[in-house]
Design a protein around this ligand. Structure first.
Ligand SMILES: NC(=O)c1ccc[n+]([C@@H]2O[C@H](COP(=O)([O-])OP(=O)(O)OC[C@H]3O[C@@H](n4cnc5c(N)ncnc54)[C@H](OP(=O)(O)O)[C@@H]3O)[C@@H](O)[C@H]2O)c1
Length: 283
C-alpha cells in the first residue's frame, strides 16, 4: 500500500514525509523523491518532533504474521497508539487510519481484534480521523494474488481450503489509494469509517480460476478440510519464516471478507476495478 499511496499523493500535489525504520529498504522511496524520517512506531521516543508542520498523518503499518518482537497486539494496537498520541501531542489536524474489513471486538482472529482496539483508541482520541477497512487488496507487488499465482504456477494440483465456500471482495490498490488521497482534503469523511471492497464478491475457487486463466494455466483443484489445514498452519507458523500460512490467516479466510460498498462509492470518486481487469496490469 505504502509505495502506491506515496506515488498517488505526489501526483495529487501533496508533499510526503515517510517514517522508515533503520533497516528498511528505501530504494523505491528514493526514486519517488519523498522526504524520509528515521523512526519505529514501537519506539515512542523516535516519533518525537517528526510530525512538526504535518497536515495529515496516514497510518498504514500492519503485519500479517507475528514475529519475535512484533505481535499483533504490539504493532496493531500499541504501535498505532504511539502514532496517535504523537499526532495529538504535535497538533496534527487530520489522521487517516488503515484498519481491515472484519475488525471487531468478537472477531475470531487476533489480527482483527487488535485492529479493532486501535480503531477504538482513535475514536476516543479527539483526533479528526477517517478509518478505512479494506477487504483483500490486489495490485502490483501485492501479497495475496502473487502468492496464489505462485501456487498456481508451481503446484501440481491447486489446494482449496475447506470447500472453497468463503467469499472475498478483492479491491484494487488504485481504488484504495484514491479513497485515501481524497480523504485527506474531504472534511465530510471526518469521524467516519469506510468499508472498502471491489465490485464483485467472489468465492475463493473463482478467484483461483481468474488467476489461472490470466496465467494460461489449467490444473485440477483439490479441497482440504479446514480441520486438516489447522495443524499444517500451526507447523508453518512455528517452524517457517516467513510462514506461507498461519492459524490466524486460516480463521480470517474461513470468516470471509465481503461488504456493502455503497458508502465508499458515494463518498469517493473510484473506478471500482474488477479483479479480472486489474490482473492484466501485473500478471
Ligand atoms: N494487503 C491487504 O490485502 C490488506 C487488506 C486490508 C488491510 N491491510 C492493511 O494495510 C496496511 C498495509 O498493508 P500492506 O499489504 O501494504 O503491508 P506491507 O507491505 O507489509 O507494509 C507494511 C509496512 O509497515 C511497515 N512497518 C512494519 N512495522 C513497522 C514499525 N514497527 N515501524 C514502522 N514501520 C513499520 C513496513 O516497513 P518495512 O518496509 O520496514 O518492513 C511496511 O512498509 C496494513 O496495516 C494492513 O493490515 C492490508
Amino acid at each position: 500500500m505504502g509505495g502506491h499511496l506515496v506515488q498517488k499523493l505526489g501526483q495529487s500535489g501533496h508533499r510526503v514525509r515517510c517514517l522508515v525504520r533503520e533497516n528498511s529498504n528505501t530504494e523505491a522511496l528514493q526514486k519517488l523523491r519523498v522526504e524520509t524520517m528515521p523512526g519505529d512506531i514501537l519506539e515512542p521516543e523516535s516519533l518525537r518532533g517528526i510530525l512538526k508542520g504535518v497536515d495529515c498523518v496516514i497510518h498504514l503499518v500492519g503485519i500479517i504474521y507475528e514475529r519475535a518482537h512484533a505481535s499483533f497486539e504490539s504493532v496493531h494496537y500499541w504501535g498505532a497508539k504511539n502514532v496517535m498520541d504523537a499526532a495529538k501531542d504535535q497538533g496534527v489536524p487530520r489522521f487517516i487510519h488503515m484498519s481491515a474489513l472484519g475488525s471487531s471486538p468478537g472477531a475470531k482472529s487476533q489480527y482483527h481484534r487488535t485492529k479493532w482496539k486501535a480503531e477504538e483508541y482513535l475514536r476516543g482520541s479527539g483526533l479528526r480521523f477517517t478509518i478505512f477497512r479494506p477487504s483483500v487488496i490486489f495490485g502490483p507487488r501485492d501479497g495475496f494474488v502473487n502468492q496464489v499465482a505462485d501456487v498456481v504456477r508451481k503446484a501440481p494440483l491447486i489446494p482449496i481450503p475447506g470447500r472453497g465456500e468463503f467469499q472475498l471482495q478483492p479491491v484494487s490498490v488504485h481504488d484504495v489509494t484514491d479513497c485515501f488521497t481524497q480523504a485527506v482534503t474531504k472534511d465530510s469523511t471526518i469521524g467516519q469509517a469506510y468499508e472498502l471492497g471491489g465490485p464483485q464478491q467472489l468465492a475463493y475457487p473463482d478467484i483461483v480460476d481468474l488467476i489461472a486463466d490470466r496465467l494460461g494455466v489449467r490444473k485440477r483443484k483439490f479441497f482440504i478440510p479446514f480441520d486438516l489445514m489447522y495443524p499444517a498452519a500451526w507447523f508453518a507458523q512455528t517452524f517457517l519464516s516467513p510462514p506461507p500460512l498461519t492459524l490466524d490467516q486460516l480463521k480470517m479466510m474461513k470468516a470471509g471478507s465481503v461488504c456493502d460498498t455503497t458508502d465508499m462509492t458515494v463518498a469517493f470518486d473510484v473506478k471500482m476495478i474488477t479483479l479480472r481487469e486489474g490482473l492484466k496490469e501485473y500478471l
